[in-house]
Unconditional design. Sequence first.
Length: 246
Amino acid sequence: MTAYTYRWPRGKSVKKGRSECPGCGKMIAWFDNIPLFSYVFLRGKCRNCGKHISLRYPLIEASTGILFVVITLQGQAFKGNPFCIWQDVLGWWALPYLFFVGAILVAIFVIDFEHQLIPDSLIYALFLVTLFLIIAFRMEELYVRMFVAFAAATFFLLLHLVTQGRGMGLGDVKLVLALSLILGWPFTVAWLFLSFVVGAIVGVLLLLVGRAKLGKHIPFGPFLVVSFFVILFWGGLLVRLFLPYL
């Protein structure tokens, strides 16, 4: 996914070609492309030209690794949250499925943060794989989850239309559709509420430190991703806090 976050926004193929140095363009050998280890061993420089390689690469790799560890540990932790619901549905297969979800959301976070774009291909992959698993293992929940997903996406679509795309992009609408299908009811409500709260807090802080201006678009995808994982792991607690009567 690290390569995807670099290649896709630049229109480069993500299926063909080996990784190359952004400085000299020379292909990076496999032993210089080991996540984290190679960066540390080469002190963040290209073996060929000696130019520094951006810290974004090890940060993305480390974040993904930490997320995978957290996902693994959550299997023995909090109950009554979406993570445990998927674990009950899929058993051991919940782990690779949530690894898949986590890797895609890390890529979406980075690309939307850097370029204010969300790849449709990643969203479609999330939606279709989740839809297949629901049909295969929890068919009785299909209609409720689909209704919640389309209702949440419709709400975001209305925000997009009202703000003429300045407040919410179509990528956010599609992302909400896919992630709402994963969370279901009532966790989707708590997730969207938390996303707006986090977005508002970060927006105010950016205004105070001069990193943002009124009227300037701030990508909302990262807030959706961060809040999604909070609800995935601690959704049961937060639903009782935000929606005590549901």
